[in-house]
Design a protein around this ligand. Structure first.
Ligand SMILES: [Zn+2]
Ligand SMILES: [Zn+2]
Length: 387
């Protein structure tokens, strides 16, 4: 079938909305008519080049036999919700007409990591940025006579998406599409980071660095887990104000300014948990983040760093003598198939704010405006609405 989709041709380019072709769903695949797509920073990292390896790193990867990365042309979008239009043979978890949210990892449910309750580590994660489907290794998305890489095997910046059944999670019909879209990436990743990811306990002091679409939900999560104090760090006034609305007890415009603030709030103990959710994770942020972390505390990295070899400044003496942990994590340590329905139940009962996360709504052909607003810090979450 043919429909409109937003395509990125390379680093430094804008998204082009143009006609794309999607092949019909085959065994274990579904076609979804999109209702809402979220504008998340991760798509933009391909336009800025943050997610594209530097030539130095590419040479090392090539020498080690790693497959060559072939991201472009890319069909964008990895957050969204819609309605199943058609199912291929063997699909069991959804039927045409079902409302679904997407998972940016098409977790197989059968590998060692999936059966151990860590679907965010599924072996299929290695195939999230390739042109081939996880189902049978062939290609389904095209523009002209070229094949597309669909962002994280989804491509939600299009009127339709053809994806593996593993990428969709059935959502109750009473849930609005906007809420279902929000839990697809940013909310689940942030909320998980502020709760199970960083291990927040009742009474804890939690610092969240960067309170955009992901970090703001780490603030909500930390409060839900019983944190006594949540300090939101963000240079943008509007984001600090929003963080207060979502449960932050204190705010700081910079990590440097947060150090004396947290020192005072905790009488010198410092924060039990620190969650890093900036738009781009620069290596220099780690040293002050670890100064904010108390002895025995955890510093969680939930962000996209630049795809390069980074020299990370940290005091090894402090790490060891103070028994600090630095932890990297995907999806906030949540399992989408369990967590998304759970979060949507919390939303329905008024224990999770979702509607309030949406700052602006766009049409698909306004995609570049939506990206610009996100880059300029004007949005907590922008969304694209389809007909
Ligand atoms: Zn995302
Ligand atoms: Zn798996």
């Amino acid at each position: 079938m043919k429909c409109d989709g937003a395509v990125l041709r390379g680093v430094g380019q804008e998204w082009e909305v143009q006609e794309i072709t999607l092949d019909p769903p085959r065994e274990g695949e579904v076609l979804v008519k999109m209702a809402v797509a979220g504008i998340c920073h991760s798509d933009d990292h391909f336009a800025t080049g943050d997610m594209v390896p530097t030539p130095e790193l590419e040479a090392i990867m090539e020498a080690s036999g790693a497959p060559r990365l072939d991201y472009f042309p890319m069909l964008g979008g990895h957050e969204g919700a819609g309605v199943v239009e058609e199912v291929g043979p063997g699909v069991r978890s959804v039927l045409p007409g079902d409302r679904v949210s997407f998972s940016f990892i098409p977790a197989c449910g059968a590998c060692r990591w999936c059966v151990s309750g860590m679907t965010y580590l599924c072996d299929n994660g290695a195939m999230t940025l390739v042109k081939e489907m996880t189902t049978d290794g062939t290609r389904r998305r095209h523009v002209g006579d070229e094949d597309l890489t669909a962002m994280t095997q989804l491509g939600t910046f299009a009127e339709y998406a053809v994806v593996a059944e593993e990428s969709v999670i059935k959502i109750d019909k009473s849930i609005p599409f906007e809420a279902a879209s929000l839990v697809s990436c940013g909310v689940t990743t942030g909320w998980g980071s502020g709760t199970v990811g960083v291990g927040t306990q009742p009474g804890d002091t939690v610092v969240v660095i960067g309170t955009g679409g992901v970090g703001i939900n780490a603030v909500q999560g930390a409060r839900a887990a019983g944190a006594n104090a949540v300090i939101a760090v963000d240079p943008v006034d509007f984001k600090r104000d929003t963080a207060k609305f979502f449960g932050a007890t204190d705010t700081s415009p910079s990590v440097e300014a947060a150090i004396p603030l947290v020192h005072e709030l905790t009488r010198g103990v410092m924060a039990d948990r620190v969650v890093l959710t900036p738009s781009v994770l620069h290596a220099e942020l780690l040293a002050p983040a670890l100064m904010l972390t108390r002895k025995g505390g955890t510093c969680l990295l939930t962000a996209v760093p630049k795809f390069e070899l980074s020299m990370v400044p940290m005091s090894l003496v402090d790490m060891i003598q103070s028994c600090k942990q630095v932890k990297g994590l995907l999806y906030g340590g949540m399992n989408p198939r369990a967590s998304m329905p759970m979060l949507l139940d919390m939303y329905r009962n008024g224990h999770l704010k979702l509607d309030e996360l949406i700052t602006r709504r766009y049409r698909l052909d306004q995609i570049n405006d939506a990206i610009t607003d996100m880059r300029d810090g004007r949005n907590i979450r922008g969304i694209i609405e389809f007909d």
